[in-house]
Design a protein around this ligand. Structure first.
Ligand code: COA
Length: 144
């Protein structure tokens, strides 16, 4: 089940740190939630948090700031379910375009975004710090 929730910065940072090679800190999540950015969670029937998606909306545009599925639950279609539901929720509140940035090396995320209707619309060379130097960010856009 996907729904809006208020979120615990520590839980979000921990889930992402275990799921991803690069993650936001607890402080970054606290600041984002205090700023009122919409947060969506994917919950198991017993109420456990399986993943989340943090967004930011300005007028009729939105940005996917972060999406993560808990490590043990990846590769089972949860990311697709979560992102599809988020896009539906954004569309229902008047969002017309959705943007995101993804590391060029993040194959699972790029596949997920393509599956959910995102297409590349730009490139930021050497945007992210990486284990060996820097890597490019691919900008993607979708109409929800
Ligand atoms: C990206 C992420 C949210 C995807 O969630 P998920 O539940 O594992 O994704 P799904 O199971 O719904 O689907 C992922 C797609 O990627 C594909 N995929 C998985 N691993 C892959 C890999 N190593 N290379 C290419 N594609 C891959 C899957 O086959 C699937 O595509 P398909 O449905 O066409 O088969 C999850 O991997 C994650 O939390 N990653 C860490 C955080 C992160 O990188 N977030 C994105 C920041 S921009």
């Amino acid at each position: 089940m996907v729904r809006n929730f208020s979120g615990d910065p520590r839980q979000l940072a921990q889930l992402e740190a275990e799921a991803a090679s690069h993650s936001w800190s607890e402080t970054q999540y606290r600041d984002a939630l205090q700023a009122g950015y919409p947060l969506f969670g994917l919950f198991a029937p017993d109420g456990d948090l399986l993943g989340f998606c943090l967004t930011m909306t300005v007028l009729d545009e939105a940005e996917i700031l972060n999406i993560a599925i808990a490590k043990a639950h990846q590769g089972q279609g949860h990311g697709r379910l979560l992102l599809t539901s988020v896009l539906g929720a954004l569309a229902s509140t008047g969002t017309r375009r959705v943007f995101l940035e993804v590391r060029a090396s993040n194959a699972p995320a790029r596949k997920l975004y393509q599956n959910c209707g995102f297409a590349a619309c730009g490139l930021r060379k050497n945007y992210y710090p990486a284990a060996l130097g820097r890597e490019d960010a691919i900008l993607m856009e979708a109409t929800p």
